[in-house]
Design a protein around this ligand. Structure first.
Ligand SMILES: [Zn+2]
Ligand SMILES: [Zn+2]
Length: 245
């Protein structure tokens, strides 16, 4: 470690002594050195998706080997080739997403990267040599929140893989937020909600593109984003979400 690295370490430890870091979920003491804002007890409760799952929507499936595709994805195939979700949108998995979205916890970026690297190395491989495209949020929402949570997640993943973030490849048009809508309403509302921006022109059409979002519930948003990207000529499309509803 060079002088600057040592100095940063000393400064960080001094600040930690004066202002002990708390877990953003339970407010307990953050007791694991490499995590800044999560405690070991909350980390142990994250409902990771492991074992056989649908290779398109990450739906956990009973038994099976090789590439599994669930009945829903077979009946209604999306424009992306594969998808992966890290954990279920329940319990602590949901709490982390809610903190990221509604409690100004974009500082969780480093924790998310470390979490994925330590618990789900498959993610690093999935994102490698890819353009990571965050699902955009509407301009006013972004101004209110101060950041786009999907972009924070994409940056965390870029840190632990050889993927690179293309922030503005997609733009959100003026539509209602999906959050409070029911399943059927989401499908209608999301139609024509996104468009490719000039930023996407700089990406080679053969490039592996990984669309990144915080949570996929009905899959309507990621399907629509990929439909737009596919329409613009991108075919090597994949989806990565932190949580699956
Ligand atoms: Zn905790
Ligand atoms: Zn599926």
């Amino acid at each position: 470690m060079n002088f600057l690295g040592k100095a940063k370490n000393i400064l960080r430890r001094t600040i930690d002594c004066i202002f002990p870091r708390c877990c953003v979920i339970c407010n307990g003491k953050s007791d694991l050195g490499e995590y800044c804002n999560l405690c070991s007890s909350c980390i142990a409760k994250i409902p990771w998706i492991r074992g056989p799952r649908c290779s398109i929507c990450s739906r956990p499936m009973g038994d099976g080997d090789g590439e599994l595709i669930c009945a829903g994805c077979k009946a209604n195939a999306p424009h992306f080739r594969s998808g992966i979700s890290c954990w279920l949108h329940t319990g602590t998995g949901r709490d982390i997403i809610l903190a990221l979205k509604y409690r100004n916890a974009d500082f969780l970026k480093k924790d998310i990267g470390v979490l994925l690297k330590n618990n789900n190395p498959e993610i690093c491989e999935f994102a490698s040599d890819s353009s990571l495209v965050p699902v955009p949020i509407h301009y006013f929402r972004r101004v209110k929140r101060g950041y786009n949570q999907a972009e924070v997640i994409a940056q965390a993943i870029a840190k632990i893989s050889s993927g690179s973030v293309v922030v503005n490849a997609l733009k959100s048009k003026n539509k209602k937020s999906q959050t409070k809508l029911k399943s059927g309403e989401r499908l209608l509302n999301v139609k024509n909600m996104f468009e490719c921006s000039a930023e996407s022109d700089g990406m080679a059409k053969s490039r592996r593109v990984v669309l990144v979002d915080d949570v996929s519930t009905t899959g309507a948003t990621v399907r629509e984003c990929c439909r737009v990207l596919y329409g613009a000529g991108f075919e090597n499309l994949h989806v990565l979400t932190l949580a699956r509803g």
